[in-house]
Write a protein that binds this ligand. Structure first.
Ligand SMILES: Nc1ncnc2c1ncn2[C@@H]1O[C@H](COP(=O)(O)OP(=O)(O)O)[C@@H](O)[C@H]1O
Ligand SMILES: [Mg+2]
Length: 505
């Protein structure tokens, strides 16, 4: 008898199926991967299992018994644990307090001691190393994830659901995390892991269920499949994930950041020492998120001014120039915060395409907006950048009605203007489906091939390695290493991302 069986689960939001007759079963001692593109329905299915959503149809058998969890509390009581994409720990409490939060009788000192012993036992047994007395706010993302798992195990979970757990880890942390999963498997736990990384699925899972557009596309035994087959089921074709070799990048320096620093009120500072961007290269910025990526992007684009040091663009000191002045010189920004930084979502596609230069020719003359010019520009850009507006309103469609992928293409269409020379692209493919991701990556490579320079900031190391000519690694607000593409192995990058310096590697 399987530990868990989900049968013909259905769930619609506003009349559209997010899950349509999906079945899935997991045994004890099995790692089951759930694969699918963004929006395929993975999280919805797991939320139903965990009691967060009520299904419209289908049934769940837990240890052979029909169940229906009306809340996570009920699911947890039956032995199901879920580590969600966004952790639910309380930052200003210790690890121990988080683990025993909402469990009864823990106010007694004796109980706390017992709880701590049990926590340390679990941690030791499965390799979930973490200090019970540390404040959660002081932990790395990897450590927080371990606390979440300990918390579930402490509540006697027998099935663990992990929603995109590796997205926030360095390669070394991922390797360690997989060791933990193997330890749990050995002890008979059932594990459901959501990921869209083929390599991880092949490395860790026993079986894989693939969702596509809310339906089950396949379930396969991992040892009998391969990456090509998985991507066929997931998107209907094979992925072309070759590294896109650039032309020989020049050695001419376009931009330099010389000891520029940022000081924040809460104490964290950004002091990246030295960074140079060459003409016609994609310079990848690798690093676990929150290590200074935003400061770097904002320093280059002028949103933030340096507290010390200087920034040179073609030899000119631009340190104190505004965003607008820098833009005029060809410094553009594809921000990771599309909705607030880059788009006016109530305005139309054609207007958003000229947000930067609507007051100048050819879009305006003598203070009057020229609608014809706006629409002509929009028609060209929508064609070239494959921006699709649903419905009949075309270029007049308000941007808020576009999908994430189309919003992103719009921003890129605007920022990759002919006179752009340095493009800062921050998480340019986050949240996009695979088709849009490939398209956007292609645009960045093309820009590079046309002699433009791109600073590619991405939390996705595979993306960095795929596109970059050189790779700089950010850790703790500093550039801790810059590698040429030939020498940039996952191992080296991973160590740097974890704070081990180049000499130590
Ligand atoms: N609470 C919700 N309300 C409305 N639509 C939702 C909700 N949750 C998910 N959806 C929709 O269901 C579909 C599947 O989403 P999700 O399960 O999050 O996909 P995945 O985890 O595979 O990326 C998406 O189209 C999403 O927009
Ligand atoms: Mg999801």
């Amino acid at each position: 008898m399987p530990l868990l069986e989900m049968k013909n689960i259905r769930k619609a939001f506003n009349g559209v199926y997010a899950n349509e007759d999906i079945s899935l079963s997991v045994d004890r001692g099995e790692i089951h991967a759930l694969l699918g593109e963004n929006g395929a329905g993975k999280t919805t299915l797991m939320n139903i299992l965990f009691g967060l959503y009520a299904a419209d149809g289908g049934e769940i058998l837990w240890k052979g018994r029909k169940v229906h969890f009306r809340s996570p509390k009920e699911a947890i009581a039956e032995g199901i644990g879920m580590v969600q994409q966004h952790f639910s720990l309380v930052n200003r409490m210790t690890v121990l307090d988080n683990v025993i939060l909402n469990l009864e009788g823990n106010s007694f000192v004796l109980k706390r001691d017992q709880a701590k012993t049990r926590l340390l036992e679990l941690a030791g047994k499965y390799g979930l190393h973490v200090d019970p007395d540390a404040l959660v706010s002081d932990l790395t993302v990897g450590e927080r994830q371990r606390v979440e798992i300990i918390k579930a195990l402490y509540r006697n979970a027998e099935l663990l659901i992990l929603d995109e757990p590796t997205g926030v880890l360095t390669p070394q942390e991922t390797a360690h995390f997989f060791e933990v999963l193997r330890n749990l498997r050995r002890e008979g736990y059932g594990i459901i892991i959501i990921t869209h990384r083929m390599s991880e699925i092949l490395a860790i899972s026993d079986r894989v269920t693939i969702l596509r557009d809310g339906k089950k596309a396949a379930d396969l035994v991992t040892s009998e499949t391969n990456a090509a087959e998985l991507s066929m089921y997931m998107i209907g074709r094979e992925l072309s994930e070759e590294r896109k070799a650039g032309g020989a990048p020049g050695t001419e320096t376009l931009f330099e950041l010389k000891g520029a620093s940022v000081h924040h009120k809460h104490g964290k500072s950004f002091a990246p020492a030295y960074l140079a961007v060459r003409k016609g290269e994609i310079l990848g910025i690798a690093g676990v998120e929150g290590n200074g990526q935003k400061d770097l992007a904002e320093l280059i684009t002028g949103i933030r001014k340096p507290s010390s040091g200087s920034l040179l663009f073609k030899g000119e000191d631009i340190s104190h120039m505004s965003v607008k002045e820098r833009y005029k010189r060809g410094i553009c920004y594809i921000s990771d915060d599309r909705q607030t930084d880059s788009l006016v979502t109530d305005m139309s596609i054609s207007e958003n395409l000229v947000l930067r230069d609507f007051a100048a020719e050819p879009f305006a003359k003598n203070g009057m907006i020229r609608k014809g010019a706006l629409l002509k520009n929009a028609a060209e850009k929508m064609e070239k950048y494959q921006i699709r507006a649903s419905g009949r309103t075309g270029a007049a469609t308000p941007v808020r009605l576009l999908s994430g992928g189309n919003q992103q293409k719009l921003i890129i269409a605007r920022e990759l203007a002919d006179d752009a020379e340095l493009i800062v692209a921050s998480q340019p493919t986050r949240g996009l489906d695979i088709g849009a991701t490939e398209f956007v990556r292609g645009l960045l490579s093309e820009a590079r091939d046309a002699g433009k320079s791109v600073v590619l900031i991405s939390a996705d190391l595979e993306e960095i390695m795929l596109l970059s000519d050189r790779i700089a690694v950010l850790f703790g607000g500093k550039i801790v290493g810059v590698l040429d593409r030939e020498e940039a192995t996952v191992r080296k990058l991973g160590l740097l991302m974890g704070g081990v310096t180049e000499d130590e590697t």
